[in-house]
Design a protein. Structure first.
Length: 308
């Protein structure tokens, strides 16, 4: 039996169709270059967990990931969370907290910081080295960078790695292949423990000094005391025009603007020696998604008649 399907879907008037395309394109262009802030992940060194929170500080799951051994570093790539445990391992988890491999990398020397660039993990061993690994945990170079004093925080920035060396009070810059760009990009710091970049701005946490300093990515000082009076700050994340900083002794997270003004401190409380922090972005719809949705909406209201 042959089935014939005919349709008398009425075409959209040309003017209406053109208007639809214009509205959808303008809306898409307005939103597509940016991303909306999403969720906050916080490492708790004291109780071996990673907690998840909303941007307003409310709790989603204070024990999203459990059973960790001194989590000090967090990095996110795609749908995975990588955690550096001071006990000597890096674990891999899904964003929903389920375990992929709790012992993805082993045999490390008191790892603290961790960063992702492309298909590689860069792990800071506080004994004085930085190792490079594939995302599946296989080793590329366990001693990619050597000769550091007491490295702690790390940030992947373009083709560079920025390393906070608390032993020398410096931020050093290195290429992704481990070669040195400038081992003393910023110096004279008080126990630098974390570093993060936004655009051409670099923000540095001084643990014992209780401050966040602001510098350019070329090492020039903007404001060495951008934020002061913090209670042993440990981890720092930047999202849009806001800074989120963990405070080890205060068991909290504070929120400040990138110009140093306090937004809410404490934003999150009741933590257990909070260490690293990550803010996850949520991408907005692309141009084509909005365009297709708009066209579909208009077409849905047209009369369609099918005859079989």
């Amino acid at each position: 039996m042959k089935t014939n399907i005919t349709s008398n879907l009425e075409p959209l008037p040309r003017a209406l169709f053109t208007l639809l395309l214009g509205i959808a394109a303008v809306a898409a262009l307005w939103v597509s270059p940016r991303a909306v802030e999403g969720m906050i992940l916080v490492g708790n060194y004291g109780n071996g967990t990673i907690g998840e929170y909303n941007l307003d500080g409310t709790t989603v799951n204070a024990s999203l990931i459990t059973g960790l051994n001194g989590p000090l570093g967090i990095a996110v790539s795609g749908g995975n969370v990588f955690v550096a445990n001071y006990g000597g391992t890096v674990g891999k988890y899904n964003l929903d907290g389920t375990t992929v491999n709790a012992s993805l990398i082993t045999g490390l020397t008191a790892p603290a910081g961790i960063a992702v660039s492309g298909g590689n993990l860069f792990v800071v061993n506080t004994g004085g080295t930085i190792g490079k690994y594939n995302l599946d945990g296989t080793t590329v170079n366990a001693s990619l960078i050597t000769g550091l004093s007491f490295p702690w925080g790390i940030e992947a920035f373009g083709t560079s790695l920025l390393v906070a060396d608390r032993g020398t009070g410096r931020i050093g810059e290195y290429n992704l292949d481990g070669t040195t760009v400038n081992a003393a990009l910023v110096s004279g710091l008080t126990t630098p423990i974390d570093v993060t970049v936004s655009g051409t701005d670099m923000f540095v946490v001084s643990h014992n000094g209780g401050t966040i300093g602001k510098y350019t990515t070329s090492g020039a000082t903007v404001n060495a005391a951008l934020v002061t009076g913090l209670n042993f700050p440990a981890g720092l994340a930047v999202s849009g025009t806001n800074l989120f900083v963990t405070q080890w002794n205060a068991a909290s997270v504070g929120k400040y603007t990138t110009s140093g003004a306090m937004v809410n401190d404490p934003l999150i409380t009741g933590l257990s020696s909070p260490s690293d922090i990550v803010v996850l972005p949520v991408p907005e719809p692309t141009t084509w998604t909005l365009l297709a949705a708009g066209i579909g909406l208009f077409v849905a209201f047209r009369r369609r008649k099918l005859r079989v």
